[in-house]
Design a protein around this ligand. Structure first.
Ligand code: NAD
Length: 271
């Protein structure tokens, strides 16, 4: 390649609106998208983005950040309007804002159940609800919902979280069907356990060390994931390389959902 040839990113000139952009998987998506030439707009309840978000802003100087709660439809509508007038539209929407929470159902306060569903499920619906008219008008668009492996299968004590993420997976499939003929693709990513501040909040609790080892081991690759590994999948789903993929819930989970591990691989000398 000649020195004067410029790298053209896989998302060159695309406008990506990312919820939960201040941290973890959301900020990793912002950074990877900016590295691929996208203009990024972030939404978060946090007033300040982490180091990845700041780096994304350096790479994409027109980046836009709005403090907003994904449960507040009026505020989301306002932010979508601002993004359209400043950046010219929305090509990609990534819904990454989320919260942990659950427990055995008899122990979960109804308000807590509503909070988790409100952020994870309604908080995915509302940005879609306000961005889809823009995408319909454009005749193109791409939505990526960050669900979870816990939206594909049950987990002990999962309740509210699993119900919310299972809802996100089916919302994704319904939207993929409704908007496919309008040039809009909709997919979900189902991460395994990923080292982010949310992960640290759960696994930093005392007395969970042994359980944490077991959960790590349930990932066939024998480790937890990194936010960049989810962001790389999001780049793939956002760009033309995945042009025939819609309505898919993609596990990015180090093999967590591949099956159960009983020790036969070890017996065969594969560990
Ligand atoms: N980390 C994991 O192991 C893991 C696994 C599977 C799925 N996920 C999902 O990935 C997504 C991102 O999680 P993460 O691990 O990066 O966590 P994180 O806590 O690092 O990031 C979540 C972000 O969402 C923001 N947020 C929370 N509530 C909000 C609201 N009401 N409105 C706007 N923003 C809000 C937070 O301020 C934070 O910046 C979540 O949907 C989570 O459920 C995470």
């Amino acid at each position: 390649m000649h020195a004067e040839e410029q790298h053209v990113g896989r998302l060159q000139g695309k406008v990506a609106l990312i919820t939960g952009a201040a941290s973890g998987i959301g900020s990793a998506c912002a950074l990877r998208f900016a590295e691929e030439g996208a203009l990024v707009a972030g939404i978060d309840v946090s007033e300040e983005g982490d180091e990845r978000w700041k780096k994304a802003c350096e790479l994409a100087p027109k980046s836009w950040f709005a403090v907003a709660d994904v449960r507040d439809g009026a505020r989301i509508a306002e932010v979508v309007g601002e993004v359209c007038s400043h950046l010219g539209g929305v090509d990609v929407l990534v819904n990454s804002a989320g919260t942990a929470g659950g427990g055995a159902v008899h122990d979960v306060a109804p308000e807590e159940f509503d909070r988790v569903i409100g952020i994870n499920l309604t908080g995915t619906f509302l940005p879609c609800h306000h961005v889809l008219p823009v995408m319909l008008e454009q005749g193109s668009g791409n939505i990526i919902n960050i669900a979870s492996i816990e939206g594909l299968q049950g987990a002990e004590g999962g309740s509210a979280y699993n119900a919310s993420k299972g809802g996100v997976v089916l919302l994704t499939r319904c939207m993929a069907m409704d908007y496919a003929r309008k040039g809009i693709r909709v997919n979900a990513i189902c991460p395994g356990f990923i080292e982010t501040p949310m992960f640290d909040a759960v696994w930093g609790m005392e007395g969970l060390e042994e359980l944490k080892d077991r959960v790590r081991n349930a990932h066939q690759l024998g480790r937890f994931g990194k936010p960049e590994e989810i962001a790389n999948a999001a780049v793939f789903l956002a760009c033309e390389e995945s042009s025939f993929i819609t309505g898919h819930a993609l596990p990015v989970d180090g093999g967590f959902t591949a099956g159960q591990r009983f020790g036969f691989a070890k017996m065969m000398g594969l560990e």
